[in-house]
Design a protein around this ligand. Structure first.
Ligand SMILES: [Fe+2]
Length: 303
């Protein structure tokens, strides 16, 4: 697929310099506030690998991390590097980075008046949400394999399907553990409101991960998810995109898409949601089933 040339001042791969010294006191204060409120909520809610990695990477509330320092700690463990980008990048560029074990992190951080809602990913979402699990060798391999699979999916006209997989795992995934359900998705981990809602609220469905089921399911880009998919392990994710996915894409293309709140008789249901939250909103002209964009690096930072 042809990719538009990068805007002036941006390298062809859309990377830029982080310009760490350019962050203001206010930028660091925003980071600290966001970090502290997530740090207070996440123990007992997020997979233990996340918190462990946060500390091993020396990511702290003190200051916005320097991407070069992060890479120096991350690369020896899993081979991943952090690169700075100005914001959302074209899908093909994003997949190329993932396929080569480079994770693009937005260089700017939200303003103090955007703490609870942001329509595009910023540094806090990309870094705090996504980077820690790149320290996990299996998840790190999944992310690279995802990038390679997405490059093929783009050629096969299957971006919608592979995009849903990213959305429901990398962004909004849950995992079952002996201690109960735990969060691993970056869209949740970086959102104060969804960190609590996705586990505690009776409204959303929590359904066992099944790749074909996920690839058929629309999602919401404008609000909390109606359904969360629950993996058993990162190894399950890794194996879910092994081999040639073309036959799977063809099968999914021949089946009707499923609404974001659908529950099937074949689903492994951890929790059948009441649907109350989204039903209440459906009367409003503002709400509606949203079919997200195929570029799988979006995020909503909801409070
Ligand atoms: Fe994201």
């Amino acid at each position: 697929m042809a990719v538009a040339a990068a805007p002036p001042g941006i390298r062809p791969d859309y990377t830029i310099d982080q310009n760490w010294t350019g962050y203001t006191i206010e930028d660091h204060r925003v980071w600290r506030t966001l970090y502290r409120r997530q740090d207070a909520l996440l123990p007992g809610r997020v997979v233990p690998e996340f918190l462990d990695a946060l500390h091993r990477l020396d990511i702290s509330p003190d200051a916005i991390p320097d991407f070069r320092r992060l890479t120096a700690l991350l690369e020896p463990v899993t081979g991943w590097r952090i690169v700075a980008v100005p914001g959302l990048v074209p899908g093909a560029i994003f997949f190329e980075h993932l396929a080569n074990r480079r994770f693009p992190v937005t260089a700017w951080i939200r303003r103090p008046d955007q703490m609870d809602y942001l329509e595009e990913p910023d540094l806090f979402h990309d870094l705090f949400g996504h980077v820690p699990l790149l320290m996990n060798p299996v998840f790190a391999d999944y992310m690279q394999r995802y990038g390679q699979a997405a490059q093929r999916a783009e050629r096969q006209g299957a971006l919608d399907f592979i995009g849903r997989l990213y959305w429901y795992t990398v962004e909004f995934g849950l995992m079952t553990t002996p201690a109960g359900l735990r969060i691993f998705g970056a869209g949740i981990v970086s959102s104060k409101g969804e960190t609590v809602w996705c586990l505690d609220d009776p409204s959303p469905n929590r359904i066992g991960f099944h790749r074909e089921r996920v690839m058929r399911t629309d999602y919401r880009i404008d609000d909390f998810q109606e359904t969360y998919f629950v993996i058993d392990s990162f190894a399950q994710l890794f194996h879910s995109i092994a081999g040639d996915l073309a036959p799977l894409f063809a099968k999914v293309a021949a089946m009707p898409a499923l609404g974001a709140g659908a529950v099937l008789p074949t689903d492994r249901v951890f929790h059948r949601g009441t649907g109350e939250y989204h039903q209440a909103k459906r009367g409003s002209a503002l709400a509606g089933a949203a079919k997200g964009p195929p570029v799988p690096s979006p995020s909503l930072a909801k409070g």
